[in-house]
Design a protein around this ligand. Sequence first.
Ligand code: PLP
Length: 353
Amino acid sequence: MANWKSNVREVVPYTPGEQPKTKVIKLNTNENPYPPSPLVGKAISNIELDSLRKYPDPGCQSLISALAKYHGFDEENVFVGVGSDDVLAMSFLTFFNSEKPIFFPDITYSFYDVWASLFRIPFETKALDEEFKIIKSDYDMPCGGIVIPNPNAPTGIAEPVSFFEDIVKAHPECVVIIDEAYVDFGSESAMDLVRKYDNVLVVRTFSKSRAMAGNRIGYAIGSKQLIKYLSDCKFSFNSYTMDTITLQAGVASIEDDSYFKEKLDAVISTREWTKVQLKKLGFTFPDSKSNFIFAKHESMEASFIFEELKKRGIYVRYFSKPQRISNYLRISIGTDEEMQVFIDELKMILKGV
Ligand SMILES: *Cc1c(COP(=O)(O)O)cnc(C)c1O
């Protein structure tokens, strides 16, 4: 009998949202409905084929420099990676190395428990309250680390900086990671806390607000000490993670701030319009500061609406687990036209036609 299986690192992987091959209205993975800045396209087409012969810059200097300047930090305060999933995974590996459990909300980004299991990090989830809000006092006791998205996913609820400052201040014994994947859609950033506390790491992504999920760019801002530890782990694992093309595309995105802001405003105003429409149709939802709405209908089951929408070529996200959220749909914000079609189809489904 083969017993090699007892030596395997067995894990239950994260399940990403579907990427259908056919043309559908895709409101299921919080992608941006608009393309990235035209400057990104230009940067990519200007890349000389010959430059791909060589390894990319392992220090990712051009992108780190652009991000440091953009946020008003030194380059030593910035770490970049292949999407924020890469940055977060590397941060878990680097900073969550305690016997004590790390804490995160019970309803949150469903990759956290996967990384914790993969790296054998003990963890404890903290239940959100009735209204899906994070209960700050639950995070009071000493622990191995804390990770919280702000706004939280999939609820879309944002907390002010003061909320996170209280947590960071109370935990000099560990690193506190704030996952700001959706912060650009209208909530307060905790980045300024990095100037005051050396144990806070703010993680960002180009996938949502910068419409570059296909490029895979994420980054972290933290104290120079944290970034040094993070880089040391990264360079002990894989030196060349970010490719030559992506590095230039990322710099170009940062350089076109007016396009960035214009498209953010468009998504935010479509979100606000969608909230009004959903309310009229009998949906309730926590007030979202992200590019998605987490909604439940007063009488029709979420799983039924999900399947009906899918039949009509509209994909939203449905989580059957945990039980507490099994009657909710997470609806990403598309263009005005897409959301109009979505609302029209919803009306038909609710009418039973
Ligand atoms: C989308 C998302 C990420 C990962 O984004 P990347 O595409 O890997 O940059 C991380 N955290 C949260 C909360 C997200 O929603």
